[in-house]
Write a protein that binds this ligand. Structure first.
Ligand SMILES: Nc1ncnc2c1ncn2[C@@H]1O[C@H](COP(=O)(O)OP(=O)(O)O)[C@@H](O)[C@H]1O
Ligand SMILES: [Mg+2]
Length: 238
């Protein structure tokens, strides 16, 4: 594995159920994503985007195949560690369509939660959080509650929270679906800046064609496999 590669998946298969109710979702996907890359993952609804993201994120167990995260092989027809939770916590930042901020904690408490769970001191966690909130131009909201923020502001906090752990990989499942087009562009540009500044891979599921030109590459699930498309030459693909 080269040191520019962040994610590599080989012959990944995912089936749900058995017998009559067997659903074959991913049937032999192979691809890789480099550090610093913002990749859009597109496919029709039900095609397996979330399932694929959750397998890369060590949440959903594949049926078979191989997954490398950074230089660590984490799955080879079985999880290679009992501690998939540790991998998630240390390597991966998740961003969802809804921000899922904890309503009874203020902004900075939401952002410091994960680093503190990872054993980082309260003071250092707060420094990390303030740095991120500054980076996202939302430091003045550090002591506000989520309910006092707009949708775009909440999503920026959710992205800050995903980064607080200094993850190597950011997995974002339709992060702009709840935002208007201007806010969506802001969020995607932010994800691209993160990919470059922090040298991490960002995989973003999106249904929004307008976001594709902002991405470096498009991965499309087609016939239960994953194909790579140059974002600049994409045309109409969703
Ligand atoms: N836990 C599960 N049990 C059974 N089938 C599932 C489960 N999760 C997802 N699926 C099925 O897998 C397919 C892909 O789902 P999903 O990954 O959510 O698609 P997408 O995110 O592209 O809309 C769908 O047919 C869905 O019904
Ligand atoms: Mg989905």
């Amino acid at each position: 594995m080269s040191d520019t590669q962040s994610i590599r998946v080989e012959n990944l298969v995912k089936r749900f159920g058995k017998g009559e109710s067997l659903v074959n979702v991913i049937d032999g996907a192979s691809f890789s994503i480099n550090k610093g890359e913002l990749v859009a993952l597109v496919a029709p609804s039900g095609a397996g985007k979330t399932t694929l993201l959750m397998m890369i994120g060590c949440v959903e167990e594949p049926t078979s195949g191989t997954i490398y995260l950074g230089d660590e092989k984490v799955y080879d027809n079985r999880w290679l560690t009992k501690e998939t939770r540790k991998i998630r916590r240390e390597k991966i930042g998740f961003i969802f369509q809804a921000h899922y901020l904890i309503p009874f904690l203020n902004v900075i408490e939401n952002v410091t939660l994960l680093p503190q769970t990872n054993g980082i001191s309260k003071e250092e966690s707060q420094n990390i959080a303030m740095e991120l909130l500054n980076y996202f131009d939302i430091a003045d909201k550090a002591h506000s509650m989520s309910s006092e923020l707009s949708g775009g502001q909440n999503q920026r906090v959710a992205i800050a929270r995903a980064l607080a752990n200094k993850p190597q990989i950011i997995l974002a499942d339709e992060p702009t679906a709840a935002l208007d087009s201007e806010r969506s562009i802001d969020v995607v540009k932010m994800l691209k800046k993160i990919a470059i500044d922090q040298n991490v891979a960002v995989v973003m599921v999106t249904h929004d064609e307008d976001m594709l030109p902002l991405c470096d590459r498009i991965l499309k699930i087609e016939n239960k496999k994953v194909i790579s498309i140059d974002a600049k030459k994409s045309g109409k693909i969703i």
